[in-house]
Design a protein around this ligand. Structure first.
Ligand SMILES: [Zn+2]
Length: 72
């Protein structure tokens, strides 16, 4: 079984809250960002919809930092 807590592109932790029972009731970072469809399409088919990308591979670091600045 594939490990849903690891990024399929680089193998780093994807920090998905839904993949971790301890944080599954919290909204994941991926709900608040827009991921370029081209990034998802660049993944091999067998890796798509299996596990979350990590924020770095999804290229949303800048969006997450911007959101944090607004909220906190
Ligand atoms: Zn990654």
């Amino acid at each position: 079984m594939r490990d849903h807590t690891l990024c399929p592109a680089c193998g780093a932790s994807n920090a998905c809250t839904l993949a971790n029972p301890a944080t599954a009731d919290q909204p994941c970072w991926c709900f608040t960002v827009n991921i370029d469809p081209a990034i998802l399409e660049a993944l091999p088919t067998e890796l798509r919809n299996q596990a979350c990308l990590c924020p770095r591979c999804a290229q949303v670091d800048a969006q997450l930092k911007a959101d944090a600045g607004i909220i906190r």
